[in-house]
Design a protein around this ligand. Structure first.
Ligand SMILES: [Zn+2]
Length: 159
């Protein structure tokens, strides 16, 4: 997790479950321009640009805007669509689903359940057991490796 980006973000917490409601100006001050563009302006990162797209490290993915836990690496799969893909959220409350009829398409937008950051979209062509594909912008994800994975990694002497 890049804490350097977080030091100006006063609402970031991986344990606080209180809903976050800020003004646009406050979000601008809390987020990096990249995260702000996706999370608050419903932007989309270019496909195949996220390091998380093909990553298979064990751990937890959080909302980069507020720290809300969103997905476990167990639920991640390589869809080949160009964005990090998951078949289920970490909990029911983690994600909010909103109809999105922009760009001439009928889609369902996924938003962070804590701060309503735009995350991506959900499609019904995912793998079992859910058949769902959460297609998520990597820019709005923070990843934290599982403790055990972290330890093994350090023992191997990698940086
Ligand atoms: Zn959030």
């Amino acid at each position: 997790m890049n804490m350097e980006n977080k030091k100006n973000n006063h609402i970031y917490s991986t344990t606080d479950t209180n809903k976050v409601v800020l003004t646009d100006e406050e979000w601008k001050n809390n987020l990096t321009p990249e995260v702000y563009y996706i999370a608050r302006q419903k932007g989309t990162e270019r496909p195949f640009t996220s390091k998380f797209e093909t990553s298979n490290e064990i751990g937890t993915y959080y909302c980069a805007a507020c720290g809300n836990p969103l997905f476990k690496s167990d639920a991640k799969f390589e869809s080949g669509c160009g964005w990090p893909s998951f078949y289920e959220p970490i909990s029911k409350a983690a994600i909010i689903y909103t109809p999105d009829n922009t760009h001439g398409m009928k889609r369902t937008e996924t938003q962070c359940g804590r701060c309503k950051a735009h995350l991506g979209h959900i499609f019904e062509d995912g793998p079992k057991p859910t058949g769902l594909r959460f297609c998520i912008n990597g820019v709005v994800l923070d990843f934290e490796k599982a403790k055990e994975a972290e330890k093994n990694y350090e023992e191997k002497g990698n940086e």
